[in-house]
Each structure stands twice: as structure tokens, then as C-alpha cells.
Design a protein around this ligand. Sequence first.
Ligand SMILES: NC(=O)c1ccc[n+]([C@@H]2O[C@H](COP(=O)([O-])OP(=O)(O)OC[C@H]3O[C@@H](n4cnc5c(N)ncnc54)[C@H](OP(=O)(O)O)[C@@H]3O)[C@@H](O)[C@H]2O)c1
Length: 276
Amino acid sequence: MSSKLIVVTGSNKGLGRALVRKLVVESKGPLTIYMTSRDSSKGMSALQEIKSELPTGSKVDLEFYPLDITDKQSIHSFTKHMEKMGTPCIDVMVHNAGVYFKGASDYAHAEKTIRCNYNSTIELNDAIMPLIKSNGRVLFVSSMLGNLSQYPASIREEYLSETLTVDQLNQLQEKFLTSFKEGTLKEKGYPSDSYNVSKTGVTTYCRILAKMYKDDPRHIFFAALHPGWVKTDMGGSEAPLSLEEGIQTQYYLVTEPLQNLKANGLYYSNKAVANP
Ligand SMILES: NC(=O)c1ccc[n+]([C@@H]2O[C@H](COP(=O)([O-])OP(=O)(O)OC[C@H]3O[C@@H](n4cnc5c(N)ncnc54)[C@H](OP(=O)(O)O)[C@@H]3O)[C@@H](O)[C@H]2O)c1
């Protein structure tokens, strides 16, 4: 059996780390998992901790590569490193890295949030798309906080337009930032939290991507997902779900046989398609 390769961004802690751990513990392999994080020492220590749990005789290989998704040079270096393993080489790409500046209500943090969660995720995805293998999967850890029900119909329709392109989606995200800067969020009907808009962007991007690649001979599966509200540094201690509960949907989308995953480009919650 040929070895599979899975990449998880932001896997030094939280949901990313927990997903890698579950894959390591439950997979029979052969499998290589690339853990990535922006801080090498945090990433390497997470790798060592998980490695110590590898069952004897495990056919799972754990690797680490530093990757700051907001740094173009870092994306370039990661992509070049992966290319050495062959083009294509990635079976599953999990875009998990993200930020949430709880309580911050200034423009600088709003912009940082959109740039990291939305623009950088797309930049990284653009770079790695040629590396995705036939029947590969590309997953985006989004959030129900990006749900379209919080927008007025006029904005909702823009995001849901069947003809929306990535360029137009980029413009929609910029429109939010402009409105934030002008102090017109309420009047225009935007949520005040940039995190929500960043995740609306990610979920919408995933849907557009599936359309863009619908005739690609590699038959790539794309999905955005909500993990639930989970106890992590981001989710906080008051969150109802444990890490183990919070990675169920990711784990399902990584491991479920592809013939059971027919809804390409859609948004999943609780292991099922949900309204974006
Ligand atoms: N927890 C929840 O309730 C919840 C709910 C819905 C969606 N989500 C989403 O789930 C994903 C994982 O979140 P989490 O709850 O596990 O949060 P977390 O514990 O704060 O983990 C976030 C991860 O993203 C990494 N990261 C942040 N900026 C990065 C960058 N520029 N480059 C590379 N990595 C970066 C962090 O690295 P550092 O350690 O270096 O900061 C960390 O590894 C996020 O996309 C989040 O939006 C979480």
C-alpha cells in the first residue's frame, strides 16, 4: 500500500495538534503527517510529545516543517520543501491555523485577522494546490461564527452568488475592512467581529474552489467545517466541547471513504453538511 501524506497547519497546539494525535494513535499507516507551526520550538516539542505515543510497530511517520501562513517567504520555503517529495505529494491538506483576538475592537486587529485567517489561508492554498494528489482532500477549519445568517440579505446574496469569483470575494472582504475603517459597520449590516467575516470568507472560498476544480482530473474533495465551540486557547475554558469532541468533524473528513463524501465544496458541522 502506498504511503499517504497529510499536512496540518498550526498543529503545535489546540485542534490541529489534537487531530494529528488522533491520526497517529488510530491510523494503521503507512502514513506521513507533516506538523507545521510558525514557532519551530513549539512545533518540535508537540511533535516529540505525540511521537512518544506512537504504538510500537506503527507505520506512521511524523515530520515537522516551520510554516507561518502570513509570511510569503515561509509559504515559499514550505512549498519548495514539499515539492522535493514529488509533485503531487499531498493526500490531505488541513488549513487549521487561525487567530482570534478576543476583545480587540480596533482596526489593526481586524485587519490582522482578515489577513491571517482569510488572505493567508488562500495564499497558502494557491501555493500547494499543484501538490494535491488525485483523490486528495483540502479542508478548511472555518467556524459557525462566519454564518451568513448574521448578514442582511443584500450582503448574504453577494457571498452566495453562484458566479462569485475569488477576486470578487477578495473585494467583499476588503469592503468589510473599509467599512470598519470608516466606522460604518452597523449601518452597512456587518458584524463587528472581523473573525466572523474572515470565516465567512474561508467557507465561501472553499465553495468557489470546488467549482474551479470541478473538471480537474485529480477529483479533489474540498470542505469547510465548524469544529464546535472547543476548549482551546482560542475557544477558552468556558467552551462546552473537549478537544476529542472538537476534532470529530475534521477526523471524519480526513478519514471517511471518499465515496461517502459527495457534497464537494460545502460546509460541514457535526459530520454533516450544514448551512454556511
Ligand atoms: N476553539 C474553537 O472553539 C473554534 C471554533 C471554531 C473554529 N475554530 C478554528 O479552529 C482552528 C484551530 O483553532 P484552536 O481552537 O485550536 O486555536 P488555538 O489553540 O489558538 O490554535 C491556533 C493555531 O493556529 C496557529 N497560528 C496562528 N497564526 C498562525 C500563523 N500566522 N501561521 C501558522 N500558524 C498560526 C497557532 O500557532 P501559535 O501557537 O504560534 O499561536 C496555533 O497553532 C482555527 O482556525 C480556529 O479559527 C476554533
